[in-house]
Design a protein around this ligand. Structure first.
Ligand SMILES: [Zn+2]
Length: 143
């Protein structure tokens, strides 16, 4: 049984400042997948548990959104479009009432932060979890 009470099951490292960008982002091109904090965090931790690559994830505790840098090709893949992958934009546009209130954003870092998050694996998991699997998701070749 999974507990729905614990916020996290993974020993993330934290970078308590948004800048500078953590490794490997400065050397890479990337796009951004915005995810709601839940179930996004649980899905990312499930990937880590399965040994799938997960990279740095920007977290806005106030707005409860996660921003997951993924391979830039995801921007133009059908699955990427469906899940809302956008360009290199880490801003929090979701709630204008708190536009000035994103100052506590932090990076969640996996133990081995060499990679970008494996988007096809994450997308596959998201569809499986939400039980709306489109056919042949493996065709989302944007890793
Ligand atoms: Zn925010």
């Amino acid at each position: 049984m999974r507990s729905t009470n614990s916020v996290t099951k993974y020993p993330w490292w934290f970078q308590l400042a948004e800048k500078p960008l953590p490794e490997p982002l400065p050397q890479r091109e990337w796009a951004v997948l915005p995810l709601r904090f839940q179930p996004g965090l649980a899905e990312l931790e499930a990937l880590l548990h399965d040994g799938v690559a997960v990279g740095p994830v920007l977290c806005c505790p106030r707005h409860r959104w996660l921003y997951v840098p993924v391979a830039p090709e995801c921007l133009h893949s059908p699955v990427g479009e469906r899940l809302g992958v956008r360009g290199r934009d880490l801003s929090c546009p979701f709630d204008t009432r708190h536009r000035a209130g994103c100052d506590d954003r932090l990076w969640l870092l996996p133990a081995d932060p060499r990679y970008l998050t494996d988007f096809p694996a994450l997308a596959d998991r998201m569809y499986r979890v939400r039980r709306s699997a489109p056919p042949r998701l493996a065709a989302a070749a944007c890793a």
